[in-house]
Design a protein around this ligand. Sequence first.
Ligand code: FEO
Length: 393
Amino acid sequence: MEKSYISDSVIYVGADDKTLDLFESQYIIPNGVSYNSYLIKDKKNVLMDTVDKRKIDQWLKNVKDSLGDKKLDYLVVSHLEPDHSAGINILMNEYPEMKIVANKKTFDMFPQFLDLDFENRKTVVAEGDLLDIGKHKLQFFMAPMVHWPEVMVTYEQAEKILFTADGFGKFGALDVEEDWACEARRYYFNIVGKYGMQVQQLLKKVANLDIKMICPLHGPILKENLEYYINKYDIWSKYEPEDDGVFIAYNSIHGKTKEAIEKLAEILKEDGAKKVSISDLAREDMAEAIEDAFRYDKLIVASPTYDAGLFPYMEKFLRHLKHKNYQNRKVAIIENGSWAPMAGKCMEAIINEMKNINICSPIVTIKTTISKKNIEELKELSKNILEIEKEVK
Ligand code: FEO
């Protein structure tokens, strides 16, 4: 397959999974996911990571077919999460002379994942260490919390390939044609997003390497225009907005809050908003809502009051945002309540736990149906969040 061709000596041996219901038991993956694994053939043969147990048979066949009558000398374990480590024990049995290359943290965590004696199979590597396997030379860089504590990335010096573990990963099987940024962004913010600072450290660490190709553990091999992908990761990990636009996340029990949101969207567009994106949190993918909240520089949350508190989907959304370190944005709040509105206070309390959030006035309170006064408030809110007066000056 052309997409998975790397070079004559670096061979893709991973597998697509199109039947998994939820990645990490929570994220929908309409186009599946790939578990990537790579074989480097040289004087010594090295396998870069294994795959999820769901695809072990196909992966093992790929490894054996690619090795032919050669033996496997090393397995590099860059990340122990089970979607990449399910084949370690199989390889240990299949190739009794194979050494496992990993850092100390990985080996410390090994017994939690494997019930095998690995002591005499260990090759422990640390920051900057080199593994010389012939023409190819592997250099290791630690990447703690991108996205587990033991993660490391590997730079292959001869072909200038960076093996980035989960970094630069994307949902979607390899044989699917789709935009990289959309599903890579959804993957990033939901899976790695909490660890922006650690991603920044990794980007700085590899900034001086001459990188010709990026091989992640999920999604396509990145072969061209690498600045584009690295720039996206730089923006995302700095928690900077990527696009000028308004994301409206709402809940509506009987459609009244939805009517208010539709009116507001109309006003925002009249006021010149470059982009207005809307999500009904109860009906649409929560992970995509998280992605869109990070993508745009302005967020409006609108929720009815429920059980004297917040509607559960909005609570889940805001808690997720907080967990993912949402920050540096303008946020506006709209609440609805037919007799004792409480949603606004609840939303404000969670938003106030986040870093560097500018809450725009006014906080709009709707009593069931939007009133004329509410429409005036929405107009004011639109001007404030779009900073229209500032632009006129
Ligand atoms: Fe794809 Fe963090 O495992």
